[in-house]
Write a protein that binds this ligand. Structure first.
Ligand SMILES: [Zn+2]
Length: 193
């Protein structure tokens, strides 16, 4: 029997536009394979330099490193929690970190406004990621970033299904795994009965 994800024609995709950077940032942690990609300030620096968000000679302090990881983890929980289920304290923790990453409104020659990062060093890099979320909100793509419900995966995926109802990053991998697990659990229960 085809899974729900197959039935709705979902296949994994990278988020479009400026949200692609946000998508990559949120998946610097997931439960499948080596979980943590940002293990140290140096690894965070390498990640940002590779994406031209930070100068190669820049330093990342331990405090900056810890702040960036907390922000990432907070955003992951925000995505994985139903809209009305986010605790006030949790939101405040995310917003406190967000306040350290300045964004300013700037206009191009055609008069179009856009959010540009302010500050310096890591601040600019992370503010650019947050600007990607703001752009995604305007374009309607941000709500399509979701947490894969396979606990052994927990990747953030971009939901391209028609009715925004995908629950796994990949129907072939996570969807099938979860179906197999549910099947085993059922067989086990039936065996006990
Ligand atoms: Zn998955």
């Amino acid at each position: 029997m085809a899974g729900l994800a197959e039935a709705i024609g979902y296949e994994p995709r990278t988020a479009p536009g400026e949200l692609a950077l946000v998508h990559a940032f949120l998946n610097t942690w997931h439960a499948d394979g080596p979980r943590e990609r940002l293990e140290s300030p140096e690894r965070l620096r390498d990640w940002l330099v590779k994406r031209s968000l930070l100068a190669p000679a820049a330093r990342v302090s331990v405090a900056e490193f810890e702040g960036v990881r907390r922000l990432r983890d907070g955003l992951r929980r925000l995505i994985g929690t139903p809209a009305d289920g986010v605790a006030a304290a949790e939101l405040e923790a995310i917003n406190r970190l967000g306040r350290k990453m300045p964004l300013v409104v700037q206009f191009d020659a055609a008069g179009n406004p856009r959010l540009e990062p302010g500050g310096s060093g890591v601040q600019i890099a992370v503010a650019r990621i947050l600007a990607g979320i703001a752009a995604g909100r305007i374009e309607g793509t941000w709500p399509r970033l979701k947490l894969c419900r396979n606990v052994e995966c927990q990747r953030i995926f971009y939901d391209t299904s028609k009715n925004h109802s995908a629950i796994w990053c990949s129907s072939q991998i996570c969807g099938n795994r979860m179906h197999a697990r549910a099947h085993r659990a059922r067989a086990h229960r039936d065996g006990e009965a």
